[in-house]
Write a protein that binds this ligand. Structure first.
Ligand SMILES: [Zn+2]
Length: 65
């Protein structure tokens, strides 16, 4: 079921946000800020939003630390 899969993905992403041991940090590709949060697109699926420059897009840098 496609819808079930999407629900599972959504749960995984939300769980990732809560996990402290994820050790990944999202970095805005425009301004380099780490104030990047998930942004829920309607038909475009998951995107990211930068709180510093208001960039919204599917492309975001991911750094491990
Ligand atoms: Zn930014």
């Amino acid at each position: 079921m496609i819808e079930d899969d999407l629900d599972a993905i959504e749960k995984d992403m939300l769980e990732d946000l809560k996990k402290p041991k994820g050790r990944r940090i999202l970095v805005c590709p425009v301004c380099g800020s780490t104030e990047v949060t998930y942004y829920m697109g309607l038909k475009t699926g998951y995107q990211y939003q930068c709180n510093s420059c208001n960039y919204v897009g599917a492309v975001v840098l991911e750094m491990e630390y």
